[in-house]
Design a binder for this molecule. Structure first.
Ligand code: ATP
Length: 283
């Protein structure tokens, strides 16, 4: 399967943080979700992909080319949604679009107008008067209006109401189904990804914990529940982490067969992405 993004052994250090020799693949034609707790390194990774900051070491290729030496050509083919993006707050939506359009060879004004209508955005409204959610919609309309093959989004669902969040997920799904785009996006709202992601990359403390298909993750990780008495007989190193509660314990494992062999009476349940993130962060 073809990779549209390949990150190899990339590091970036700040005073109190290190993105540590990360490897990451984004598959062509699929949705990859990028999850991790606050401060894990998601935005730093996305900024490195977009060549907005300089890496200390490693290689990043996008569409098969180095992302620094082919920066301009690569950015023509990417739709980027980012909180602190490069728009003019004192200008209206339509004036912003007029300034952005010349940067893209394939800018499609009709498509942009269609997205404004679909997102209920008035072209005359100044950016400084838009709510956070409306700004995200504008940013998204821009990212989708130059026929990008790859969408990279940092927290696109943050600040959106549940109705538009659902609509955004539908749009992403359409882009994938009808136009075979590739999508990479970070989010805290893991339930969004439970619905639509094909692959998940999980980062914690600047290290990639896993980068796998949803199916593999669902097969690998399970919640284990049992009584205090069972816990006392168990090898707790089989858990990513666990917590005691009034009834006994609950933990996350990726060593299910060993857990069942050592404690046949435990209760096994599927783990969702939030569980996986939670127990890894407690480690
Ligand atoms: N320019 C910078 N100078 C120093 N430290 C930085 C800088 N940018 C980010 N950091 C630090 O790097 C770490 C990772 O930040 P990053 O924004 O990548 O995390 P994140 O996973 O996107 O978090 P969140 O989910 O809270 O947005 C944090 O500890 C942050 O304070």
């Amino acid at each position: 399967m073809e990779n549209i993004i390949e990150v190899r052994q990339v590091s970036k250090s700040y005073t109190d943080f290190k993105l540590d020799q990360i490897d990451l693949d984004v598959k062509k034609g699929f949705i990859t979700g990028f999850i991790g707790p606050n401060g894990a390194g998601k935005t730093t990774t996305i900024k490195l992909l977009m060549n907005l900051i300089k890496k200390d070491a490693g290689e990043i290729t996008i569409f098969g080319s180095d992302n620094v030496s082919h920066d301009k050509a690569i950015k023509q083919r990417i739709g980027f949604v980012y909180d602190e993006c490069c728009f003019f707050d004192h200008l209206s939506i339509e004036k912003n679009a007029r300034l952005i359009a010349p940067f893209y060879q394939d800018w499609d004004q009709q498509l942009f107008n269609d997205y404004l209508k679909r997102f209920h955005l008035s072209p005359k409204k100044k950016l400084k008067n838009l709510s956070k959610g409306m700004k995200t919609k504008f940013s998204l309309a821009t990212a989708l209006s130059h026929h990008a093959e790859l969408l990279i989004m940092d927290e696109p669902t943050a600040g959106l109401d549940p109705i538009f969040r659902r609509e955004l997920l539908d749009i992403l799904y359409e882009l994938l189904e009808d136009e075979k785009k590739s999508i990479f996006f970070s989010t805290h709202i893991t339930s969004d990804l439970d619905k639509i992601a094909d692959y998940i990359t999980f980062i914690n403390n600047g290290k990639i914990i896993f980068s796998s298909s949803m199916n593999t993750i669902q097969e690998s990780y399970k919640l284990v529940k049992g009584t205090k008495e069972i816990l006392e007989t168990m090898d707790t190193s089989l858990f990513i982490s666990y917590q005691r509660n009034n009834f006994g314990f609950q933990g996350l494992t990726n060593k299910l067969s060993e857990v069942v062999a050592s404690a046949p009476n435990v209760l096994i349940e599927p783990a969702n992405l939030e569980d996986i993130m939670f127990y890894h962060a407690r480690q």
